[in-house]
Design a protein around this ligand. Structure first.
Ligand code: GAP
Length: 441
């Protein structure tokens, strides 16, 4: 089947995101800051819902995975042990004429137009550029105070391995999950929030017995793919791309990217890596503290192997936004709709009084108050009912609830389903049950 991206150009989403308050350029009143973005009211809620959905699936529902929230600034030795100080680099090239700096492996075929003379840029030899942001802890700015902003959340998990097994009752195989900001001084940022310098990650390290890791690797491939499709991402726009042998890190014995068909083509959404015992062994070596699992029965101590599903929160959000976007025609009228899965939809329900009189606004406010105690809902009494529906469709609200003159007589309201457009009347007393049954909230 010839599957196409959900939208042909990212501009469609960039403009909707700005117009409806999902994502704004950062510091816009000062002209913006390259590659930095702010999440607006709906974006902040959407991001929160995506993080909650991940945490629910990866931590809350599982007895063998626990959560963690490590600090962003860690001991600098962490990054020496992990290999980031020596090797977390990208090849940087600079044009000899205009000074443009680009990532060598991101150069487009056919070259880059030089801003100096309009011909092609002439790049010198690449030099390796370390992507970690550096700063200083405390008032002294010398090498003794040098620290880094973490470029991944994973190392916070490895260095807390001992603390977690000492303070919980986890048994191998088990996982430690965390969400949080990471920072990379990317040479080329591109495609809206796809690649930025400040971003969030949701990572889980799943520790298992050596020799079982490739079974768990297969398990996590399926689990992670299912997470996206269960939250409504079109299965045909997702694929697994195994890394070729020459792409694998020297310590890794398997790695796959979950890729999504973005408007610019297939690109990495999440990485799933089998990292062997590399990280725990390195931290044992550099810290002098043994990071081992002790088998209670046999007394044998060994370094577990690890499988790591690592997802970028912002990239996941961009994927959900793109994949949910639809332009349709309903009875001759165009509509733009974001068909978010109800679990991640920023606004779950909108409550409308049909008229601003006869007690309808008060009744609608009462319903809003009940629903908003449980999740994000909105109350809207401005404009025609058709306009109010369209406003909610465009931000992906799964259901609109209308109070009208009949409500005042028989205590029923109309539920209008965003996707099927079906309208049903339900008793107010049955509203919560019906919403839960139909939408899961
Ligand atoms: N601990 C492993 C690790 O960090 P990674 O492939 O470098 O692996 C994992 O990053 C995920 O984090 C990526 O699949 C992507 O979703 C997200 N990510 C990485 N760099 C990013 C950036 N500069 N901007 C936005 N998201 C990024």
């Amino acid at each position: 089947m010839d599957i196409k991206p959900a939208i042909s150009s990212l501009d469609t989403i960039v403009s909707l995101a700005k117009r409806r308050g999902f994502i704004f350029p950062s510091s816009e009143i000062y002209g913006g800051l390259s590659s930095c973005y702010d999440y607006g009211p709906l974006g902040a809620q959407l991001k929160r819902n995506i993080k909650d959905a991940w945490w629910r699936e990866m931590v809350q529902k599982r007895q063998n995975i626990v959560g963690l929230d490590a600090s962003i600034i860690m001991h600098p030795r962490v990054w020496e042990a992990s290999g980031h100080v020596a090797g977390f680099t990208d090849p940087l090239v600079e044009c000899k004429k205009c000074g443009a700096r680009l990532r060598q492996d991101h150069l487009p075929e056919g070259g880059v137009k030089c801003s100096k003379d309009g011909k092609l840029c002439e790049f010198g030899e690449p030099r390796m550029f370390n992507l970690m942001f550096r700063t200083h802890l405390g008032p002294l700015e010398d090498t003794s105070s040098l620290v880094y902003l973490r470029p991944e959340t994973a190392q916070g998990i490895f260095v807390n391995f001992g603390n977690v097994i000492d303070s919980t009752r986890v048994k191998l195989p088990f996982g430690i999950a965390q969400q949080g900001k990471s920072f990379r001084n990317e040479i080329t940022t591109r495609h809206f929030t796809f690649r930025t310098c400040e971003f969030e990650q949701m990572e889980m390290e799943f520790f298992c017995e050596p020799g079982t890791e490739l079974e768990w690797f297969e398990y996590w491939k399926t689990e992670r793919l299912n997470w996206f499709t269960n939250l409504g991402v079109t299965p045909e726009r997702l694929r697994l791309r195994p890394h070729a042998a020459d792409e694998l890190a020297h310590y890794s014995n398997a790695c796959v990217d979950v890729e999504y068909l973005f408007p610019n083509g297939w690109s990495e959404l999440e990485g799933i890596a089998s990292r062997t015992d590399y990280d725990l062994k390195k931290h044992s070596e550099y810290s002098g503290k043994k990071l081992l699992w002790k088998d209670q029965q046999t007394g044998a101590a060994f370094t577990p192997y690890v499988i790591e599903p690592a997802l970028g929160t912002d990239r996941a959000l961009l994927t959900f936004l793109i994949d949910a976007y639809k332009e349709e025609e309903i009875e001759g009228n165009p509509r733009t709709v974001l068909s978010f899965h109800p679990r991640i939809a920023p606004i779950k329900a909108a409550v409308f009084p049909l008229l601003k009189k006869d007690g309808q606004p008060e009744k609608a406010q009462e319903i809003f108050a009940t629903l908003s105690d449980r999740y994000q809902a909105v109350y809207d009494d401005s404009g025609s009912i058709g306009r109010r529906y369209r406003r909610q469709d465009e931000v992906g609200t799964p259901v609109c609830i209308t109070v009208d003159h009949q409500t005042m007589e028989d205590q029923t309201v109309t539920l209008r389903d965003r996707d099927s457009l079906e309208q049903v009347r339900v008793k107010i007393e049955a509203l919560s049950g019906t919403l839960f049954e139909k939408f899961g909230f």
